[in-house]
Design a protein around this ligand. Structure first.
Ligand code: FE2
Ligand code: FE2
Length: 177
């Protein structure tokens, strides 16, 4: 590919593992937004969900494409992440728009922090993966800010902690499986 550095095998392997985690995260993002879009009440909220879902679809496609280029594979657990996230999204949506927006704002905040962590860990030579993760970080911050501007409720601390633990479990398992 034009402008692409040739990665050594160790860097390609490292990138593929990190991008597999991000791909799994985007599978979850799809499912969350789809679940929430189903149950959103205010048309402005439903529209914001649809808009964000479209960008999440781009993210998923970029991660998948990059994984292919790195000869990596997607996570075996993706169907599980999809099903679980869809159910959680539908549940969050059923609690009302403020809670649902709060859930998005918190999720996107956590995802943004996670992606920033990956920018520290991705090999410097892997400019393509880095560019993808940088754009995703920017978009996730936008999704979170948009949800906040529409009136997101602050989620209770135990729920935020539970979300962080779930994300950690997903991140860890997708590195390996
Ligand atoms: Fe995303
Ligand atoms: Fe997002």
């Amino acid at each position: 590919m034009h402008g692409e550095f040739v990665l050594d095998a160790a860097d390609a392997l490292k990138s593929a593992r990190l991008m597999r985690v991000n791909h799994a995260g985007e599978v979850s993002a799809q499912a969350l937004y789809q679940g929430q879009g189903l149950t959103a009440r205010d048309p402005r909220v439903a529209e914001a969900m649809r808009q964000a879902a479209t960008e999440e679809m781009d993210h998923l496609a970029w991660c998948e494409q990059r994984l292919r280029e790195l000869n990596g594979r997607t996570s075996l657990l993706n169907p599980l992440w999809y099903a679980g996230s869809f159910a959680i999204g539908a549940l969050a949506g059923s609690l009302g728009d403020k809670a649902s927006l709060g859930f998005i704002a918190e999720t996107e905040r956590q995802v943004e922090a996670h992606l920033r962590g990956h920018l520290d860990r991705l090999p410097a030579a892997d400019r393509r993966s880095r560019a993808i993760v940088e754009q995703m970080t920017h978009d996730e911050a936008g999704h979170g800010a948009h949800a906040a501007s529409l009136g997101a409720a602050q989620l209770p601390f135990p729920l935020r902690s539970a979300m962080r633990m779930t994300a950690r479990l997903m991140t860890f398992t997708s590195l390996w499986l």
